[in-house]
Design a binder for this molecule. Structure first.
Ligand SMILES: Nc1ncnc2c1ncn2[C@@H]1O[C@H](COP(=O)(O)OP(=O)(O)O)[C@@H](O)[C@H]1O
Ligand SMILES: [Mg+2]
Length: 276
């Protein structure tokens, strides 16, 4: 069988005798948007950090585009929950800094040109010379998005990137990310607490059971047609059953799942795939 573009094969995290999560097997196809949903503490950020190469797994391996991954790389750009911009650089310089890492031979002018083009794509053409402290939360997050996408990474990783923003800004940024990711056929992996955000953005939603001893318990295929928008999502046929299914998981099934006595149809390498 052909491996998916990104293949996560049996990764685990343990601290002493405590297994935070284990036996996480999943794939991400090229151009696919996968969301990971689960309660606090189950190990979502750890999984993302492992995908980013920021920490190694205790078990298992990661393969992307046919190569085993170890350590961080510009192939995998991360958008963090807090913007993680360098405060002493302007918005454009922050993006240009990343460009300099990707293209060490480029002149400052070339890096700044690429940075301004990237800022323009997120509607920040006018804010390039502002320092992070002069930008709103939403604008800072936009700079982070511009910086990550300007690297044209093989995989974009996002850890609750909009959770600190007000609802209006969050909605606008979700749609912007949806548009940019679709335009560039970007492969993406995102952690979110927001069920609607997952339904808006994801092609597939991975549901993680509660920790310790968490597992990927279920995979939900999002069959709602694209493009999807915040304004029309809740009018789409199939939206309500999908939303209820994910909410039911978070409210009951995430707690009930026991790795030592899993449901009969569950095994780590054949997680049930739900299509509503
Ligand atoms: N150094 C550590 N020792 C013991 N437990 C830890 C340590 N670091 C993190 N954890 C635990 O690992 C779990 C997973 O954390 P994290 O990946 O951040 O979860 P999530 O992103 O799903 O909220 C948490 O329950 C946290 O308490
Ligand atoms: Mg987290």
């Amino acid at each position: 069988m052909k491996k998916p573009y990104v293949s996560v094969e049996g990764i685990a995290r343990r601290y002493g005798a405590t297994t935070i999560f284990a036996d996480a097997w999943f794939g991400i196809e090229r151009g696919e948007f996968v969301c990971l949903v689960g309660h606090s503490g189950c190990g979502k950020t750890t999984i993302l950090n492992i995908l980013a190469g920021l920490e190694p797994p205790d078990d298992g391996v990661l393969i992307m585009d046919g190569q085993e991954l170890s350590g961080p790389s510009l192939d995998r750009a991360v958008i963090f929950q807090s913007h993680a911009l360098l405060p002493w650089l302007t918005a454009a310089e922050n993006v240009a800094f990343a460009q300099g890492c990707k293209h060490p031979g480029w002149s400052r002018a070339q890096r700044m040109e690429a940075a301004l083009a990237a800022l323009q794509k997120v509607g920040l053409a006018q804010a390039g010379d502002k320092k992070p402290s002069e930008l709103s939360g939403g604008m800072k997050q936009r700079v982070g998005i511009a910086r990550a996408l300007s690297l044209a990474p093989k995989m974009l990783l996002m850890d609750e990137p909009f959770s600190a923003l007000d609802a209006l800004t969050r909605g606008a940024l979700q749609e912007e990310v949806a548009r940019l990711v679709t335009e560039t056929d970007q492969t993406a992996f995102m952690i979110t607490h927001d069920v609607d955000e997952a339904i808006l953005l994801a092609d597939r939603i991975l549901l993680m059971s509660n920790g310790p001893g968490a597992r990927i318990a279920e995979v939900v295929v999002n069959t709602l047609p694209k493009p999807r928008t915040r304004a029309t999502l809740h009018h789409m046929a199939g939206y309500h059953p999908l939303r209820e299914h994910v909410l039911d998981f978070l409210i009951t099934r995430s707690k009930a799942f026991r790795a030592d006595a899993p449901p009969a149809n569950w095994s780590p390498r054949a997680v049930p795939e739900v299509r509503l």
